[in-house]
Design a protein around this ligand. Structure first.
Ligand code: SF4
Length: 475
């Protein structure tokens, strides 16, 4: 049931690189959102430094998580809601399933929620005879196509409007069109029927407020409001880290979240949901449940090196600037988290050895931290993961990398710290390279095991004379 998995990184990356439509879509996404977010931070009255304040807020929340979660649970219960602490993905999915069964729901509607992907909620419901409809337009498209999201905020980024036109024609029976407003109207009409028929609604939670017992959802389509108010039961699922202490923290976090996610001052629909419908209210669910998910987060919390990752609010700003995500897209990272956030979170959740390609594939350029509304030091954690892979770590069940690789890097490290040995190596390399295939002064192909470097590019040859020698001679 749980659906955290690592795919074949290299094969998926190659597939993405050869897909010109995807390459255009990714470039467009990064141009629009990457640049837009940087500008939106600049235009904040407090300037981009507000990110440092947000970092403190999130660090404090994570440091006091036990107290905040108890307070949140107490306040949700006071508001008339029910709270379930799920140890793992299976517990969470089973609770959702049992709630749906108790209310004899035949159809569930869902607002976009990455944590519901993490627990495999759709699979659990479908396998037990409960139909489920994604209601975010991007997620709806992906669900109709039988695919997985390739971006946290823009799940159907890899689809063209022609793809979507064909898909809607095949799956919901409209005449083919690739006109976006017509396609959106068709989706809205189909989804309205689902909202009216659904017996239960599921949502995620962008951030909860401990002092009031509310969860907050942000969307631009209004679909989350429909999913959470029309069915008679609403189940919200949140990772246990997604809580802030006070409402005033939300002011900062939400302003940054919306700028980071979509370069907006504020999302179109921001909903505070604090329990079931009250006697004096005209709409809302009769029952409200909050599922608070651990699923490996306690282990991250216990490790000082990685605790900072729990500050993440899943805005996807780091995806929108990452040069690696910008080329290989989301599917190469496995499921459900991609980009720089996925390169840290997925190894921690799915196993560091199993997901080693993700943290080793990133460039450490630091663009993710600059874009992050919480200023999370992702490069530091990528390096920490790589160190665990090099040395091994029983606490994380990591076996060390191969002895040969380790020996190679130990020799390299020794060599570059010994000038005379390094000069000798450079002399040998400048002589040896003369037999390598040449392409206009560039090396066309390196011999194994270094041939991967020249598979898709030529490499500059070692200079006949080192920079230091030239410097000594006065260049
Ligand atoms: S790491 Fe930062 S930028 Fe990336 S999703 Fe999390 S909060 Fe957003």
């Amino acid at each position: 049931m749980p659906e955290i998995f690592i795919g074949d990184y290299t094969a998926e990356a190659k597939r993405a690189l050869n897909n010109q439509v995807l390459q255009h879509a990714l470039a467009d996404l990064q141009n629009r959102f990457g640049r837009g977010t940087a500008l939106a931070y600049q235009q904040l009255p407090e300037g981009p430094d507000l990110r440092l304040k947000a970092h403190d807020i999130r660090q404090n929340a994570i440091a006091n998580l036990d107290v905040l979660l108890d307070t949140l649970a107490d306040n949700v219960r006071k508001n008339g809601g029910q709270v379930f602490f799920a140890g793992d993905a299976k517990d969470a999915a089973n609770y959702c399933l049992a709630t749906a069964r108790r209310h004899e729901a035949k159809l569930a509607v869902k607002g976009k929620s990455m944590v519901s992907e993490e627990i495999g909620l759709n699979t659990a419901l479908l396998e037990n005879g409960i139909d489920v409809a994604e209601t975010d337009l991007g997620e709806y498209i992906i669900q109709l196509a039988g695919e997985r999201p390739s971006h946290i905020i823009a799940p159907a980024i890899h689809k063209t409007r022609t793809d979507i036109g064909q898909l809607f024609s095949d799956k919901i029976g409209i005449s083919y069109t690739d006109d976006p407003p017509s396609l959106t109207r068709a989706a809205r009409k189909a989804l309205r029927e689902k909202f009216l028929a659904a017996g239960i609604g599921f949502s995620g939670c962008n951030i909860a407020c401990a002092e009031t017992g509310h969860i907050v959802t942000v969307s631009n389509e209004g679909n989350i409001r429909m999913s959470t108010t029309m069915p008679k039961v609403h189940v919200a699922i949140m990772g246990m880290e997604r809580v802030a202490a006070r409402l005033e923290d939300h002011d900062i976090l939400l302003r940054l979240l919306c700028r980071a996610a979509a370069a907006q001052n504020m999302g179109t629909y921001v909903s505070y949901i604090g329990g079931p419908r009250q006697a004096n209210q005209v709409d809302g669910p009769e029952e409200f449940h909050l599922v608070i998910l651990d699923n490996g987060r306690s282990r991250i919390l216990a490790d000082e090196e990685f605790r900072e990752m729990l500050c993440c609010i899943r805005c996807a700003a780091c995806l929108n600037v990452c040069p690696v995500y910008g080329k290989i897209g989301g599917h190469a990272y496995g499921h459900p988290y991609s980009g720089p956030v996925g390169a840290v979170v997925m190894p921690l959740l799915a196993g560091i050895n199993a997901a080693k390609d993700l943290c080793q594939g990133e460039t450490l350029c630091g663009a993710c931290q600059d874009a992050c509304p919480i200023n999370i030091d992702i490069p530091r954690m990528l390096l920490a993961l790589r160190a665990k892979l090099a040395e091994g770590d029983p606490a994380w069940d990591v076996s060390p990398s191969s002895g040969t690789e380790k020996l190679f890097y130990q020799m390299w490290s020794w060599m570059i710290r010994n000038r005379s040995v390094y000069d000798f190596f450079l002399r040998m390399a400048s002589i040896g390279q003369k037999i390598l295939p040449d392409n206009n002064g560039m090396i066309r192909r390196l011999p194994p095991p270094m041939n991967g470097w020249t598979k898709d590019r030529d490499i500059r040859p070692v200079a006949d004379e080192s920079f230091i020698k030239r410097w000594k001679k006065g260049l």
